[in-house]
Design a protein around this ligand. Structure first.
Ligand SMILES: CCCCCCCCCCCCC/C=C/C(=O)SCCNC(=O)CCNC(=O)[C@H](O)C(C)(C)COP(=O)(O)OP(=O)(O)OC[C@H]1O[C@@H](n2cnc3c(N)ncnc32)[C@H](O)[C@@H]1OP(=O)(O)O
Ligand SMILES: Cc1cc2nc3c(=O)[nH]c(=O)nc-3n(C[C@H](O)[C@H](O)[C@H](O)COP(=O)(O)OP(=O)(O)OC[C@H]3O[C@@H](n4cnc5c(N)ncnc54)[C@H](O)[C@@H]3O)c2cc1C
Length: 629
């Protein structure tokens, strides 16, 4: 199929998904049991998978179908096949060798093999080198023995593992020739393909309810000396030969590639959730009137309160700014992955550093923003039917999975301090860290000049990174490395976030400067950028004084400037969120429908409460009257 651009894909999806015979009719899932919800979400996830197959979509198209905008409609409680699609299949494509790909991929695509990515264990998630599931090679039988030494080493969390998958890519400590070789991926059958019963030696099940995403079907998995053929170790990178000899991968962390891809996908996708939340809050803030009537006799629309503008409008600007940088990261990932497949891993360290940093920055910003948007809807934002709680649950999961955010920011910081100290290979042309080896940009700060703001954001990043690099270097002279690192953790995290912010604003500056199709669009992008920048300064005033070259007077001016910009943006709020092009059925919120008919929808959803079926529910007689006796 010919590759389509973003909006064509959206239109195409709009008709394909919203009119699909197995997907178009939705049910409210709030009152379903855990099992019913799972069945409902699984059957819709399966229909979606078939659609992807029928359409022959490429990875970019699949990323749109899997995006939260669409998957929130197809699988509102979490997609039990998400990890199959986003992690299991990409792991096979990138880490299995050609023979293995041809052996498995047919069955993956015809739906016989359904998989998960089983890495995290009960006692280890972050510290991957500490995983304790073992895979010990026996040259005599040419098999690996997969084993869980005790319950704390049980795999715990993999999505779809609970009751959906029949295979898993298992990350385990490889032992061969009597030597530990580190973490490697193994393709393991965990359930019978026909009966779906767990295979001998396998203990598997679902882990239980969570904050949200309850049909992701997260599971546990234990191995009791399960034999796996040699050919099931994924061998594109490292190899174990028949005699047990070991060939190292071309890059020490080659087997971490799936995590890099998924971090990039999560960063891109969490912006989708923010767009939905921003649309809901914007529409509600227009419809909702409350307060002392004004001269026209009407109570004010809540968006006309300055405080409400601050709660809502900067997050609309963030949707535009974060969308640009995450889309850029996605393209960059595609480029670096093809280089790596060709054997050139030079760009991998920086891709890893950028993916870690953006995944963390975006999920942190978006979950904080969605919570602010929920609060901006007052009491009604607390209702499930507003959709805001589920959007929050989705975004905040992204702050933990695929690398807990603090841990990921420390990975970025590690790269940055090495760059600042010159102890890493110099950055390639076009690198995002060249600013660290150049003099600081001394463009004077001026309220109203985006370029001056971008320069200040750059000075904050540079100042943060060089300061913590120097502190770390000094501490290293007097204490062990681990203690020196620990002394600087908080500042390292702040430095990585500041670097991420600089990356984001530079990318958007480029988008604004390259936009040439319409003057009006360029002006609107400039206004959005100004709001984002002024808000970024207002969130980190101390940093901008300490490192950014701003004076207390600049800070005061920026506060006023931000409020003026918000008033300027306010009339454009609805067109700017309409431009996300989200049909009501995809938004699925009582507060966020296009027609603004909020109160009727709220009543309508209340009518679904099973407690309203009878005037007096049976429970009253069973529980309350009895307790009076
Ligand atoms: C198709 C798109 C659709 C969009 C839809 C999106 C929907 C989203 C739904 C997805 C559902 C997600 C489900 C969630 C799944 C999971 O959570 S899977 C489990 C994920 N787990 C983690 O992320 C664990 C985090 N921990 C780590 O990654 C690592 O342990 C660590 C913190 C990076 C440390 O690793 P370790 O091996 O201990 O590192 P060191 O030995 O200390 O070495 C550090 C050096 O290695 C370099 N490095 C580390 N990682 C990478 C990498 N991935 N690539 C390249 N290089 C790497 C690092 O930079 C250091 O280099 P040097 O400084 O040069 O030494
Ligand atoms: C919804 C969901 C889905 C998931 N899906 C999967 C899946 O499909 N497959 C899979 O394998 N896993 C999955 N996971 C697991 C997930 O990847 C881990 O939970 C995540 O990587 C965090 O690891 P952890 O739980 O060990 O956190 P911990 O590392 O225990 O974090 C606890 C605290 O310790 C801090 N901390 C830990 N180490 C350091 C350090 N070195 N320096 C500073 N602070 C540190 C953290 O910052 C955090 O504050 C999923 C998790 C969730 C919530």
């Amino acid at each position: 199929m010919v590759s389509r651009n973003r909006s064509q894909v959206k239109d195409h999806l709009g008709s394909k998904v919203l009119n699909h015979p197995e997907l178009r009719n939705t049910k409210a899932t709030e009152y379903m049991s855990h099992e019913e919800k799972y069945r409902y979400n699984l059957s819709r996830a399966t229909a979606m998978l078939k659609l992807i197959d029928e359409e022959g979509m490429d990875v970019n198209e699949i990323s749109k179908v899997m995006s939260h905008t669409v998957s929130g409609f197809t699988t509102p409680d979490g997609n039990p096949l998400a990890v199959h699609q986003v992690m299991f299949v990409p792991t096979l494509m990138n880490q299995a060798d050609d023979d293995q790909v041809s052996r498995w991929l047919g069955d993956v695509f015809n739906g016989t093999i359904v998989g998960t990515y089983a890495q995290t264990e009960l006692s280890h998630g972050t510290f991957v080198r500490g995983l304790r599931t073992t895979a010990t090679y026996d040259p005599a039988s040419r098999t690996f023995d997969l084993h869980t030494p005790d319950v704390s080493a049980a795999k715990w969390w993999p999505g779809g593992l609970g009751t959906t998958a029949n295979h898993a890519v298992v990350m385990a400590q490889l032992y061969t020739d009597g030597q530990p070789r580190g973490i490697h991926p193994f393709m393991v059958a965990i359930r019978d393909r026909e009966t779906h019963r767990p295979l001998p030696g396998i203990t598997v099940g679902e882990i239980g309810p969570k904050l949200g995403q309850n049909t992701l079907n997260n599971g546990y998995l234990l191995f009791d000396h399960v034999k796996v053929p040699r050919e099931n170790m994924l061998m594109r990178n490292a190899r174990v030969n028949e005699d047990g000899s070991y060939t190292k991968p071309s890059h020490q962390k080659a087997s971490y590639g799936t995590m890099v891809f998924t971090r990039v996908a999560i960063a891109l996708d969490t912006v989708d959730a923010l767009q939905i939340a921003a649309t809901i809050a914007a529409r509600y803030s227009i419809v909702r009137r409350q307060g002392e009537p004004r001269d026209d006799g009407q109570e004010p629309q809540i968006i006309d309160y300055q405080t409400q503008q601050l709660k809502v409008l900067p997050h609309i600007a963030a949707c535009y700014v974060l969308r640009a940088s995450t889309a850029r990261l996605w393209e960059h990932h595609t480029h670096v992955t093809s280089e790596v497949r060709g054997g050139d891993t030079a760009l991998l360290p920086e891709l890893h550093a950028t993916a870690c940093c953006l995944k963390a920055l975006v999920t942190q910003d978006c979950s904080e923003a969605i919570e602010a948007l929920r609060l901006s809807c007052g009491g009604h934002g607390y209702m499930t039917a507003s959709r805001l709680p589920a959007l929050y649950a989705y975004a905040t999961a992204g702050a933990t999975y695929e690398g807990e955010n603090t841990v990921l920011l420390l990975q970025t910081a590690r790269y940055l301090v090495k760059q600042a100290g010159g102890s890493h290979a110099p950055p390639a042309a076009g690198s995002a860290v060249t600013y660290l080896s150049r003099p600081a940009d001394d463009t004077p700060f001026a309220v109203g000049s985006p370029a001056a703001y971008v320069a200040a954001v750059g000075r904050v990043a540079r100042g943060r990174v060089t300061e913590v690099a120097a502190a770390l270097q000094a501490d290293r002279q007097t204490m062990p490395e681990a203690d020196a690192w620990n002394q600087s953790l908080v500042q390292l995290v702040a430095a990585a976030l500041a670097h991420g912010r600089y990356f984001v604003v530079r990318e958007f500056a480029e988008v604004v400067s390259q936009q040439s199709s319409s003057r009006a669009i360029q002006q609107m992008l400039q206004l959005l950028f100004s709001v984002y920048l002024a808000h970024a300064v207002s969130r980190a005033e101390g940093d901008f004084i300490t490192y950014g070259g701003l004076t207390p007077s600049d800070i005061r001016l920026n506060r006023r400037h931000l409020l003026r910009l918000l008033a300027e943006l306010r009339p454009h709020m609805i067109p700017l969120t309409d431009a996300f092009d989200l049909p009501d059925r995809l938004i699925n919120s009582t507060l966020g429908a296009w027609d603004g008919d909020v109160y009727r929808r709220m009543f309508e959803q209340a009518s679904h409460s099973p407690l309203n079926t009878d005037e007096v529910p049976a429970s009253f007689h069973q529980a309350m009257l009895r307790s009076k006796l």
